[in-house]
Every structure is written in structure tokens, then in C-alpha cells.
Write a protein that binds this ligand. Structure first.
Ligand code: SF4
Length: 391
């Protein structure tokens, strides 16, 4: 079960929508009367589990099935691979065995592909650019509601896996509090812990001493690009800091270190550079998990017009990442009218998506030190529509 910072809940981050109450309203964990056990035993959640038990595919899990059909590894397959044999009775359990918690949207970065649901730094620019927030429950924090926070702590005693992200998990106090609690009540030793970090915070002694108490520890570093391209996409991060922290993490033998790369329009031509860097730090390229961005839609490469896809494909090589991206771009597509942007902003054509993207990039560059043209001229040519020969 994934509990997000705004209080919305999904079976996992790839699921197509937030879970709803029986009356169709959003299931909101900011409500002190709602418990995890109620959610787990709610109509929609039971139906998902029953569908799996009947050997069928829940509709909301379509993203995984679609990827698998094309021979692209899905999150479902990846989780099964990592946790093979660990979840024999999960589907029939009384409570979730895996919690994926976003204990707030406090973050020290404001990545281009992110929004105010995950980083509070986005509030100001969303209001400036769109006149509204992306976050469904802006400025709420269910972790400050005693009933819900205690519910998390209680259920955690029964867990075998805990995912922590954010925001940036290492700047969110509640993450430390939860880890300390699990150690204190002597259950951390049973829990497989996975933390998804932006890599800007060094694994200092306080963090390492907490992590050592868990059964296994995986730290997933979000690394989408290198050098100035990285800094453009994840302001105000510094590449040297990320690189130093990542190398330090690799030295911690009890930690399994992984890289997750979210593939978007902004980094889809950076695969060979990223692979070269991985080789230089001794990280096996084939272990990079490629996560294909769906939102914001205007950075989703599967949603580009055909001439834009052709342009990207013509620039991709035959290395591991490029080959995977080629396959993705060739086979994946969603209707423009089915996207959040079309539903909220009424954007339904390629031209309107292009305009939206351009508006976003130009607006952010008004206050940014780096420009897309400087760090990534090939993608800037697409964004500024210099590639179209046949209008
Ligand atoms: S580090 Fe993560 S949460 Fe923070 S802004 Fe970037 S993508 Fe969003």
C-alpha cells in the first residue's frame, strides 16, 4: 500500500488512480477516522486482490501489463524478482505487508519532472505559472494527525517491507522517527527497508547507524543524467555532491545501492553519457532501473508526435539504455485525451502539448541559471520546434 504525502492512497505508484471511497470521493488519509485496516478491507482494494487471486489482470495495473506485452520490464516484474519468495501470503494477509510511505513533501530540490505533491518547492512556481497547485491537498500533512501517525506505527510492527521516499526522505524528520521507533520495538531486524533518495544528502553516521538495524537495506538513487544536464533537470542540486555521496554509498557494504533513472524528454538522449559514468564508478549498467515518466505528460516521450519520435529515435544508439528507450518509444502510446493535462487543462492536441511544454520551460528559465539550449541543444531543437521539416 502506498500512502502519498497529500493523503491519497494507491496499491502502488504505478496504479492508474488513487483509491476512492464507495461514494466515489477520494480516500483521504488526512481523515483521522480512516485506518489502514479500513482501507485494506475497502471494496476497491478487496476487488484488486480478488482479481489477482483469480489469475486476472486488474485494469488499474495496465501500465505494467502494457510494458510487459512489449518485452519491457515492468515494476511488477521487478518487484517479483527482488522479493521472490518473500510475499507468499501477502494477498490474503490481514493488513498490508509492504508500506510505501511518503511522509511529507519536504524536499531540498525542485526537479523539472516533479510537482508540489512531492516537493513543497513547487508551490510557488505552480501558482505563478498555472494559477493553481498540482497537489490535491496542498499544505496538509497527515503525519501530524495523531490517529493516522499512530496507525502507521502500529501497522509497521507486522511489516516485512518498508519503502520510504518523499520529498527527500533524509530531510523529513518523520522518517527518522519511524526508523527509530521500529528499532526501539525490536522489529527493524525483520524489515526489508528501501529508501528512494535524490542523493543530495550524505549517508552520515546517524543515518548509517539506523540503517544497520534493518534486515536488509536498499538505497535507490534517482540519477537521470550527469553533469550540467543533471543540474538543469534537478535544481538546485550539484552534480559533484551527488557523485560524491553516491560513491560513498557504494562503499557501505551492508547496503544494496541501486540507480533509478526516470526517462523523460529531458534525458532521453543522455543514455550513453549515463552509461559511461556508471562504468567509471563501477556500477553495472544493466542494473539501472528505467522508469518511464508518464506525468507531466508533455515530458512523456511516448506522447510525442510521430515526427518528434522519429527525431529522437534517429539520435539513439545501440547501447543498453538507448535500445530500451527505442523499444518504449516505438510501442507505448496513450490517447492524448486520457491524460491528466487534457482532463484538467483541456489540452488535447500535440500542438497544445508542445505549447504547454514550451510555456513551462520558458517560465522556469526566467529564474534559472541554466537553459535547455546550453545543456541539451538536441532536445532544445525539439522543444523550440526547429526539427519540423514537414509541417
Ligand atoms: S528530489 Fe524527488 S521529490 Fe524532490 S523535487 Fe526531485 S523528484 Fe521531486
Amino acid at each position: 500500500m502506498e500512502i502519498c504525502a497529500p493523503g491519497s492512497i494507491r496499491p502502488c505508484a504505478e496504479y492508474y488512480s488513487d483509491l476512492k471511497n464507495d461514494d466515489g470521493t477520494m480516500l483521504d488519509f488526512n481523515d483521522p477516522a480512516i485506518s489502514i485496516n479500513d482501507i485494506w478491507n475497502g471494496h476497491e482494494y478487496i476487488k484488486i486482490r480478488e482479481t489477482f487471486l483469480n489469475d486476472q489482470e486488474p485494469e488499474g495495473c495496465n501500465k505494467c501489463w502494457q510494458l510487459e506485452e512489449q518485452g519491457i520490464q515492468s515494476r511488477r516484474q521487478r518487484e517479483m524478482q527482488q522479493f521472490d519468495g518473500v510475499f507468499p501470503n501477502t494477498v490474503k494477509a490481514n493488513n498490508p505487508k509492504l508500506l510505501d510511505l511518503k511522509l511529507g513533501n519536504l524536499c531540498n530540490l525542485q526537479c523539472k519532472i516533479c510537482n508540489s505533491e512531492f516537493s513543497h518547492n513547487w508551490y510557488k512556481d505552480e501558482l505563478r505559472i498555472w494559477g493553481m497547485y498540482n497537489n490535491k491537498n496542498p499544505h496538509t500533512n497527515w503525519t501530524q494527525i495523531d490517529e493516522n501517525w499512530n496507525d502507521i506505527k502500529e501497522i509497521s510492527t507486522d511489516l516485512n517491507t518498508l519503502y520510504l521516499s518523499g520529498g527527500e526522505p533524509f530531510v523529513i524528520d518523520r522518517n527518522y522517527e519511524l526508523m527509530e521507533h521500529l528499532i526501539k520495538i525490536d522489529v527493524a531486524k525483520n524489515i526489508r527497508l528501501k529508501i528512494n533518495t535524490n542523493g543530495s544528502i550524505k549517508l552520515n553516521n546517524r543515518i548509517l547507524n539506523l540503517l544497520k538495524e534493518f534486515a536488509t537495506v536498499t538505497i535507490l538513487y534517482s540519477i537521470d543524467d550527469i553533469g550540467k544536464n543533471y543540474e538543469y533537470q534537478r535544481p538546485p542540486a550539484h552534480w559533484e555532491v551527488l557523485e560524491r555521496n553516491f560513491k560513498h554509498a557504494l562503499e557501505q557494504k551492508f547496503i544494496h545501492v541501486d540507480i533509478i533513472t526516470t526517462v523523460s524528454l529531458l534525458n532521453c538522449l543522455s543514455g550513453s553519457r549515463l552509461e559511461k559514468w556508471c562504468n567509471s564508478v563501477g556500477y553495472p549498467v544493466e542494473r539501472i532501473f528505467l522508469n518511464y515518466l508518464r506525468s507531466p505528460t508533455f515530458y512523456d516521450i511516448s506522447m510525442l508526435a510521430q515526427y518528434q519520435k522519429d527525431y529522437i529515435t534517429s539520435k539513439l544508439g545501440n547501447n543498453y539504455i538507448d535500445s530500451e528507450i527505442k523499444q518504449y518509444i516505438k510501442t507505448q502510446h496513450e490517447e492524448l485525451t486520457d491524460t491528466p493535462a487534457s482532463k484538467v487543462l483541456g489540452v488535447t492536441t500535440h500542438k497544445e502539448f508542445d505549447d504547454l511544454r514550451l510555456h513551462m520551460i520558458s517560465s522556469l528559465e526566467e529564474t534559472s541559471k541554466l537553459s535547455l539550449q546550453d545543456v541539451n541543444p538536441e532536445i532544445a531543437d525539439l522543444v523550440y520546434d526547429k526539427i519540423r521539416t514537414n509541417k
